[in-house]
Design a protein. Structure first.
Length: 135
């Protein structure tokens, strides 16, 4: 009886640890409202994965540009803190989803991706900034 109880305990412990590890590596889709709140109240790593040209046209406050289509995306992403939350966005959500998968493969623990991208952000009436306004 005690052996079966011991193995049951080990099994439950294993399942809990496995689920926690999966949770740590999940990509979380967030809304524009949630992104706004994160930008205003948290110290975050906010990454715009669009092209530099798109980024210059207007981007979110506190964001930095690391273009997913550039060959050096992984090298630039390596400079980020893998244990600190990373928030991603692009124009519509396609490239940020791809970037989230790459970051997950690279070992980033907490990844948030804004659904609908900057298009939805603008539709909501939220502010974007040009490079000169950020400086």
């Amino acid at each position: 009886m005690t052996k079966s109880l011991f193995f049951s305990f080990l099994f439950v412990l294993f399942v809990m640890v496995s689920c926690q590890n999966d949770k740590d590596l999940q990509i979380q889709k967030i809304t524009a409202d949630q992104m706004l709140e994160a930008i205003e109240f948290e110290s975050i790593q906010l990454i715009d994965v669009r092209t530099p040209e798109e980024y210059k046209e207007g981007s979110l406050k506190k964001s930095q540009n690391i273009c997913i289509t550039n060959e050096d995306f992984r090298a630039q992403a390596e400079k980020l803190d893998k244990n600190k939350p990373v928030y991603l966005y692009c124009k519509s959500g396609v490239r940020s989803a791809k970037a989230a998968e790459v970051l997950k493969e690279m070992g980033f623990k907490i990844i948030h991706e804004m659904s609908g991208g900057i298009q939805v952000w603008k539709e909501m009436g939220y502010e974007t900034m040009t490079e000169t306004e950020k400086s």
